[in-house]
Write a protein that binds this ligand. Structure first.
Ligand code: SAM
Length: 342
């Protein structure tokens, strides 16, 4: 069966087809080439850049895989104040960035009034720019206030669509249903919504990945963030193997074929696992990169996994180098807002 041609034609693949593609029976090179073709039909050779500002390493959650989980008493905690966040945006704006992503742990300090104040200040100073938030689960009312303040995009990976896997990755008290509800709430409000999951998370099997894909089909997000799970030495999963680049590339390509309009980042995790990860992610269908705009002295404190890159091409300040890498991969950096083209 030619699963790639079926996906290319817009057919919904049965689980059998997804299993075959995830097993590398595409074969991979054909899968990646088809994904690249579809991405070019929708987005040409454009690669959108987002300036990523990691606003806090405090987190009230205790996700078992994450280095900034509440129980990691060795994690170095920091939070950025409004003026520091604005100066990151100013630096990013001068470099040509027109989208700012504020990401952080679920830090109670960033209550609605504080975060809305920051979003309003960015929107006022940079009216042509998009503000994206990635600050975890909040109430419908809170998401509405942030939208009214000017935020227009929200990234919230669903993490695991399988209840069985979700339970193994998260402590009691965290709920897959609530996370999914948050995603539907965000969509209802009018945000451009991004979801996603880690590839190769502990205990994850192919069937779980298929459930993730099925959930994404139900949600129909604008953005899909996936990256390999990477080990962190100070989590309960310290002895678990990390995810692989090849599985991440296969999933990127499958997602590009199934969601041709999607904004798909070639993530820092993918670049951290292999020096060619960033380029190969782009060549497998990704069309977004999110270099780091956080102040240099806090970058290594946002340590969600070991050996996370934040310098070199990951640094927003090294835009010229990033441009070179993207050009060598066959694409072109575009610095406008980079809205989804549905
Ligand atoms: N608190 C926000 C949230 O929950 O969406 C944003 C911050 S959270 C650290 C961002 C993402 O990092 C998570 O969605 C998770 O998939 C990813 N992440 C956390 N630990 C990771 C690890 N060890 N390897 C790879 N990705 C990880």
């Amino acid at each position: 069966m030619d699963w790639i041609a079926r996906l290319r034609a817009g057919s919904d693949l049965e689980d059998e087809g997804l299993r075959a593609l995830l097993a590398g029976e595409g074969p991979d090179e054909e899968l990646f080439a088809a994904a690249d073709q579809v991405r070019r039909e929708h987005y040409g050779d454009a690669v959108y850049v987002r300036g990523l500002i990691e606003i806090s390493s405090y987190c009230r959650n205790d996700c078992l895989y994450c280095g900034i989980r509440k129980s990691n008493s060795n994690a170095r905690r920091y939070r950025l104040d409004q003026e520091t966040i604005l100066s990151c945006c100013r630096e990013g704006y001068a470099l040509g960035y027109r989208t700012f992503v504020l990401q952080g742990g679920e830090d109670p300090f960033f209550a609605d009034d504080v975060l809305c104040g920051i979003v309003r200040a960015i929107s006022r100073e940079f009216p042509g720019c998009a503000v994206t938030l990635s600050v975890g689960e909040r109430s419908l009312d809170s998401y509405k206030k942030l939208y009214d303040a000017g935020a227009r995009r929200f990234l919230l990976r669903h993490e695991a669509a399988s209840e069985e896997l979700y339970r193994k990755l998260h402590p009691p008290g965290m709920s897959r249903e609530n996370r999914m509800q948050c995603l539907f709430d965000l969509k209802k409000i009018g945000y451009q919504v991004g979801s996603g999951f880690m590839v190769g998370a502990p205990f994850q099997r192919t069937e779980h990945l298929i459930e993730d894909i099925r959930f994404l089909q139900k949600l129909s997000p604008d953005m899909i963030g996936i990256g390999p799970y990477l080990n962190h030495r100070e989590t309960p999963f310290r002895d678990q193997p990390s995810g692989s680049m090849i599985m991440t590339l296969r999933l990127l390509a499958i997602l590009r074929l199934m969601f041709p309009w999607a904004l798909l980042p070639s993530t820092t995790a993918l670049a951290s696992i292999d020096p060619s990860g960033r380029q190969r992610g782009l060549q497998a269908g990704a069309n977004v990169v999110m270099p780091n705009l956080s102040p240099a002295d806090v970058r290594d404190k946002y340590s969600i996994y070991d050996n996370k890159l934040s310098t070199g091409n990951e640094s927003a300040q090294n835009k010229a180098d990033l441009e070179k890498v993207v050009r060598a991969a066959g694409y072109r950096i575009v610095t406008d807002r980079g809205d989804v083209k549905r």
